[in-house]
Write a protein that binds this ligand. Structure first.
Ligand SMILES: *Cc1c(COP(=O)(O)O)cnc(C)c1O
Length: 406
């Protein structure tokens, strides 16, 4: 029911039962005390970071984009594995600052940062990835008020977009970043700011290594050109990320090795000769944590309606919006699902719905599952990124689900 090497395949088993962090799912449910809940497998995250580091050149640094999953315990775990965090709000920044990672390794991106947020970042010595001219001016004022020299990078809206991205965040008009053609003039007006370098992030959920490589080539050329107009040495180049994970049958995992080889060539031939002092960063959210998480629900009702078998579970789109197909998808397709015993034979198609009073609350449309009755667990995979954090938890006023790192 899912792409090879994803979903149920990644997790272990204990006597045939799915295990997260080695704990069989029913025991984990008893430990948590209630369903639904999210569980993240620590070992899978550690392994994924190691795979990325293995593929990337040694001199390319790896950042975690906190908005993919801001759970504090997960940040504490990742703080020991990655080189930096990228945050997108004051609360994400506070959680990032609570970890062992030094503040100087944290960057703050995203449109619409308020004066209060900017002041907090400056006071913390977090680097601000500025999204507009106006924001830069406000950062400068925050620095004056605090008697500090803010560290800034410019987020650049490139003239190109990235093919194959599930969500486009660069090219054409954008709320993100400063249009590339306006950057040289802006670089002359930085005043007292400590200018570190550039940031480009042009798209999310891309499974195509060739598109990612092409985007990285174009990004490096663009930033080398812009670096000529910088007032001082460029120390920071954030090339973005956007590596996708397979959600659906026809999806294939991104070919990490090819991306690593492409980056190695870019570093040797383009970046090192031109900007020897620049630290190059790749910034990943979904790819590091998305496959390490499951959303665990329990069947509340099993009913037939005119030939369709429905499993009604105690969770739904208010916790796991993306699995319902309502988080920016063009076409609704099923996320990988299973019962607590994924390797048992399927009983035939069933439709898994959540407990909200809307037909949008659909978790699995005619999915092949082993027999599940009232009281059995149903698991949604690929739930480690943009799960709870990207869901309308207040909708229908159900309780917030627990999150555990195992
Ligand atoms: C969301 C975001 C990311 C992470 O994107 P993923 O697709 O989850 O890897 C990285 N950088 C910025 C600036 C973002 O806004």
């Amino acid at each position: 029911m899912s792409a090879p090497g994803t979903g149920p395949d990644l997790f272990g088993r204990a006597d045939g039962m799915l295990a997260v962090g080695g704990v069989p799912l029913e025991r984990l449910a008893a430990r948590v005390g209630s369903t639904p809940f999210f569980a993240y497998d620590r070992r899978l995250i550690t392994e994924r970071v190691a795979q990325v580091r293995d593929a990337l050149p040694d001199d390319v640094r790896l950042k975690y984009a906190v908005k993919a999953n801001p759970m504090p315990a997960l940040l504490a775990h990742l703080a020991g594995l990655v080189d930096g965090f990228d945050v997108a709000s004051a609360l994400e920044m506070r959680h990032a600052l609570d970890t062992a990672l030094p503040a100087r390794r944290i960057s703050f991106a995203g449109p619409g940062k308020t004066d209060e947020e900017l002041a907090q970042a400056v006071a913390a010595d977090v680097m601000i990835e500025a999204e507009s001219e106006n924001e830069l001016a406000r950062v400068a004022r925050a620095g004056e008020r605090l008697g500090m020299r803010p560290r800034v990078a410019l987020r650049v809206n490139p003239p190109f977009s990235v093919r194959g991205s599930g969500m486009r965040m660069g090219g054409g008009p954008q709320q993100f970043g400063v249009d590339a053609e306006r950057v040289p003039a802006l670089l002359q007006r930085l005043g007292d700011l400590s200018f570190e370098g550039f940031h480009v992030f042009a798209g999310s959920q891309n499974l195509r290594a060739d598109s990612i490589c092409e985007a990285q080539r174009h990004t490096v050329e663009l930033l080398l050109e812009l670096a000529d107009a910088a007032p001082g040495p460029v120390r920071y180049l954030n090339l973005g990320g956007g590596f996708g994970i397979p959600y659906f049958d026809q999806d294939r995992p991104v070919e990490l090795k090819r991306i690593g080889e492409n980056l190695r060539t870019l570093m040797e031939e383009r970046v090192r000769p031109r900007l020897p002092q620049a630290r190059v960063h790749i910034e990943l959210g979904r790819y590091l944590v998305g496959e390490a998480g499951v959303y665990v629900t329990r069947v509340v009702d099993r009913k037939e309606s005119r030939g369709t078998t429905y499993l009604v579970v105690d969770g739904g789109m208010h916790h796991q919006l993306a699995a319902s197909g309502n988080f920016g998808q063009f076409i609704r397709r099923n996320y990988p699902l299973s019962t607590a015993r994924p390797d048992e034979p399927a009983e035939g198609p069933v439709t898994v719905v959540g407990c909200l009073c809307t037909p949008l609350d659909l978790l699995g449309d005619a999915v092949e599952l082993p027999r599940a009755d009232v009281g059995d667990l149903v698991v949604v995979y690929q739930a480690g990124a943009y799960g709870l954090t990207a869901s309308p938890t207040a909708f229908l006023s159900h309780a917030e689900p627990a999150e555990v790192l195992v």
